[in-house]
Design a protein around this ligand. Structure first.
Ligand code: NCD
Length: 347
């Protein structure tokens, strides 16, 4: 049966831990051991809403596994603009690609696309609902920063807890790890939705809600900042009231515990001042970097390909082919100089 990645709610703690372990394995592989994992495989990236990191990291992940990518990055250039349903678009694209990454504007639409097709579908953010691959990379990052998702770890989630899909997925995931302490910091209008508070409570997570960012900074290990999601507000005037509710700067971090790390799924608008970037607390660009190995792990896993070291390799720049002979000739051994020189800088 084909597998998808649609919602963190579909996963248990063991699934999350398995993904984290797979990502660590992928990270430990040499670039040349990865580049022929998915030869001939095609990934469709179907983005109906804007994206920089999610789309490009999936594309990069697939290319570096030896597969190829096709897709679109806005609805306007697709038949959706003519009124085609997402189901029909997905049923079409499954004829061209063996796996799909999809970012539809409507909540629940990624699951509908998964149900309509026979290829693995990855939800890259369906409206304000879920963003599971972001959560996997967030967990991976926390694990890297703190050596695990350990009991007693204090996590502050700050900003737009109502509309941020990264928060919705992350809360569900973190609530599966016992003993974490959560501080939910938001304006009253942007509190975490009730159903997520209930999920947390059912999983025995304890949430402390407040509006006080400075107090949360003093008692947190992770400060997970979010953008106020302007595009989700029914009335832009309501957005104007809260848009600069939290702006973290270097001076505010003077009261932080030494080991506090600031995370953010990015893009940031005003919520983290540039002077934070130069502090040892800034963790958001390291976090971005983890997206690549985590998404490689997801692509491999959903296709049932193990991330173990590759024993045979194929290389399109073998010595013989570069001398103008057939490009279908055998590759050099994986340790040969010509192989290394062609891949040395790739992840
Ligand atoms: C987030 C998203 O799209 O939900 N970005 C991302 O995927 N890295 C966060 C956001 O847009 O604020």
């Amino acid at each position: 049966m084909k597998r998808d990645l649609i919602s963190i709610d579909d996963l248990g703690r063991a699934d999350l831990e398995r993904y984290l372990a797979l990502a660590a394995k992928v990270e430990g592989l040499e670039p040349e051991a990865k580049r022929d994992k998915l030869p001939g495989r095609v990934l469709a990236v179907m983005f109906f809403e804007p994206s920089t990191r999610t789309r490009l990291s999936f594309e990069s992940a697939m290319c570096r596994l030896g597969g190829s990518v096709l897709g679109f990055s806005e609805a306007a250039s697709t038949s959706a603009a003519k009124g085609e349903s997402l189901r029909d678009t997905a049923r079409t694209v499954e004829r061209y690609a063996g796996q799909m990454v999809i970012r539809p504007p409507r909540e629940g639409a990624a699951r509908a696309a998964a149900e309509a097709t026979g290829v693995p579908v990855i939800n890259a953010g369906d409206g304000a609902n879920q963003h599971p691959s972001q959560t996997l990379l967030d967990l991976y990052t926390i694990q890297k920063f703190f050596g695990g998702l350990k009991k007693g770890l204090r996590i502050a989630l700050v900003g737009d807890l109502k509309y941020s899909r990264t928060i919705h997925s992350l809360v569900q995931a973190l609530a599966l790890f016992e003993g974490l302490e959560f501080h939910l910091v938001s304006p009253p209008a942007l509190r975490l939705p009730g159903y997520l508070m209930e999920t947390g409570a059912a999983r025995k997570a304890s949430f402390h809600e407040s509006e006080d960012l400075r107090a949360a900074i003093r008692r947190s290990d992770v400060l997970y900042m979010t953008r106020i999601q302007k595009e989700r507000f029914p009335d832009v005037l309501d957005y104007e009231k809260v848009k600069d509710a939290y702006v973290l700067n270097r001076e505010m971090l003077e009261e932080a515990p030494r080991g506090l790390r600031v995370m953010h799924p990015l893009p940031r608008v005003n919520e983290i001042a540039a002077d934070v970037d130069e502090t040892g607390h800034a963790g958001y660009f390291e976090q971005v970097g983890h997206g690549l190995v985590v998404r490689q792990a997801v692509l491999l896993d959903l296709l049932g390909v193990a991330p173990g070291p590759t024993t045979t390799t194929r290389c399109c720049t073998s010595r013989r082919s570069r001398r103008g002979r057939s490009s279908t000739t055998s590759p050099p051994a994986s340790g040969s100089r010509s192989w290394r020189s062609s891949t040395a800088t790739r992840r």
